[in-house]
Design a binder for this molecule. Structure first.
Ligand code: ZN
Length: 228
């Protein structure tokens, strides 16, 4: 079936061309993901934990794992090759499968398993080096609700991408590009900077302390991924 293209003023995918957009996009998606996670927690009266915010930032980046040049792709060994292979096969298009409700739901099933594995690994390491009390304290500080954060962050990415010039295949494998005509933002341009600052500004205006927490966590996640 041919793609149905709802784009207005369609342009080439910005991430396919070398530009500062790649880093800017990652940064914007982290901010949106952390803000979405914090908002969901605030609205549902759940505690705002480091786990929630950090998983929100990672969920905000995850859909772009379908692109060989995306921020997270370049940090996971072997993933770039996988992304290139996926795109080469034709069915793993940028803003296709990975930006769909279907894969969002699949990750919600898989992430708890990854979280459990990670927790067991940290515990084994802590016992191995003789500091289980530290691991327990760290675990209490880290907190719960990481999965909520991930889910909110991942969805925020799909929403943000829907506002740019390329559109998103929300309902993959139904190959319809969903695209909001207004605002029509190209990745890496000044309107994207405005969107990022507007998200942070609204969070600080709405809940000053949480807003500042969102800003700091977004920065830590962004810098942390670069240090990997
Ligand atoms: Zn994306």
């Amino acid at each position: 079936m041919d793609d149905v293209d709802y784009r207005i003023g369609a342009v080439e995918c910005p991430m396919d061309s070398p530009s500062r957009g790649i880093r800017m996009t990652g940064h914007t998606h982290i901010v949106a993901g952390v803000a979405a996670a914090a908002s969901v927690a605030a609205i549902t009266h759940h505690p705002i934990t480091p786990a929630l915010l950090v998983w929100g930032g990672l969920g905000g980046l995850a859909p772009d794992l379908d692109h060989p040049e995306a921020l997270l792709t370049r940090r996971i060994p072997g993933w770039r090759t996988l992304a290139r292979w996926g795109q080469g096969t034709g069915w793993w298009r940028h803003r296709g499968l990975w930006h769909s409700v279907l894969l969002w739901a699949v990750t919600l099933l898989l992430i708890p398993m990854a979280g459990d594995l990670g927790a067991h690994g940290v515990w084994a390491l802590a016992v191995g080096v003789g500091h289980p009390a530290w691991a327990l304290a760290l675990w209490r500080w880290w907190g719960s609700d990481g999965l909520w954060g991930w889910g909110a962050g991942y969805l925020s990415h799909m929403l943000v991408d829907t506002w740019n010039t390329s559109g998103v295949q929300w309902f993959w494998p139904i190959r319809i590009w969903v695209h909001s005509p207004i605002p029509n933002i190209t990745v890496g341009t000044w309107p994207e900077d405005v969107v990022r600052w507007a998200i942070l500004g609204m969070m600080v205006w709405w809940m000053p302390q949480v807003g500042l927490l969102v800003a700091v966590t977004s920065w830590v996640v962004y810098r942390g991924i670069h240090w990997l």
